[in-house]
Write a protein that binds this ligand. Structure first.
Ligand code: CAA
Length: 267
């Protein structure tokens, strides 16, 4: 995997940190950044050695302050449609990539930046973070999935109030709304994010992938089909060495040892 001008990758064992690195524009998403993210997550999708991805923004001020307004200002409706589809493609790829993706938000996550974070499995935030869909202030609506993913995360009424008003909220309000799972002090932010990622990387790799698959695919299913999908995924794990290791280790009162990569069976 190669770094691009505005997207950097850093690998630590089975954990990959992907950093959007355009701090002068508060990591705003232009077409080049979206293309780079698409390439990176395509590579991640094909990498069987990885356990978890942390997606974050550089500069200490923003995760991502939105789609690039300077690039959008002169778009025609056709150009805007292509731009929206590009953003949607990146968000869809992130949401369906085979392993968990953590949005590590340390600063502003606005507009397309919040939509990118919503495509991740969950969002953890530093206490200085701010969240919003401020598009109506620009005469726009969210264009990378905010009208779709935000109500599913926090409920339709809260999402409606927030999208209509363009209000910006702080990290603790986001926690109360269920938008973020954890608020972390700025000083402890990177060590806590790393601990969360390493904890996931230490669990059964087939199990984590299977859990993500059921969580993602069941969103589009009725209850009966979703439960059937879960039962199938649950039972398929009984054919894996890691299930033997996990259950045997429990009964032997020792910690399980799992191996990411080659020894896994494909799920
Ligand atoms: N696009 C392009 N450039 C941006 C940007 C964005 N979304 N957000 C910030 N920047 C740029 C600023 O223009 C500024 O550049 P210059 O130094 O060259 O002037 C630089 O980043 C720093 O920003 P500010 O000086 O504004 O910093 P601040 O601390 O005063 O304010 C902020 C921070 C509140 C986040 C403010 O920058 C802001 O409101 N940004 C725009 C947020 C927004 O509206 N996002 C939604 C975009 S539309 C969208 O995302 C549509 C979609 O769903 C696809």
């Amino acid at each position: 995997m190669t770094n691009s001008e505005h997207v950097r990758m850093q690998r630590d064992g089975a954990v990959m940190t992907v950093t959007i690195d355009r701090p002068k524009a508060l990591n705003a998403l232009n077409a080049a950044v979206l293309d780079a993210l698409h390439a990176v997550f395509t590579d991640i999708q094909n990498d069987r050695e990885l356990a978890v991805v942390v997606l974050t923004g550089a500069g200490g001020k923003a995760f991502v302050a939105g789609a690039d307004i300077a690039e959008m200002v002169d778009l025609t409706p056709e150009g805007a449609h292509a731009f929206a589809l590009k953003g949607h493609a990146v968000c869809a790829l992130i949401s369906r990539v085979g392993i968990p993706v953590i949005a590590a938000v340390d600063g502003f996550a606005l507009g397309g930046g919040l939509e990118l974070a919503l495509a991740c499995d969950f969002i953890v935030a530093s206490d200085k973070s701010r969240f919003g869909q401020p598009e109506t202030k620009l005469g726009l609506i969210p264009g990378f999935g905010g009208c779709v993913r935000l109500p599913r995360r926090i409920g339709k009424a809260a999402a409606a109030q927030w999208i209509y008003s363009s209000d910006i909220i702080d990290a603790n309000t986001a926690l109360r709304m269920g938008l973020v799972t954890e608020v972390i002090s700025s000083e402890q932010f990177s060590s806590r994010v790393n601990a969360i990622a390493q904890a996931i990387a230490s669990r059964g790799p087939c199990a984590v992938r299977a859990a993500k698959r059921v969580l993602v695919e069941s969103e589009d299913l009725d209850m009966i089909s979703a439960c059937a999908l879960e039962a199938k995924a649950f039972s398929s794990l009984f054919a894996t060495p890691e299930m033997r290791e996990g259950t045997t280790a429990f009964l032997a009162k020792r910690e399980p040892v799992f191996c990411w990569g080659g020894s896994r069976t494909a799920l």
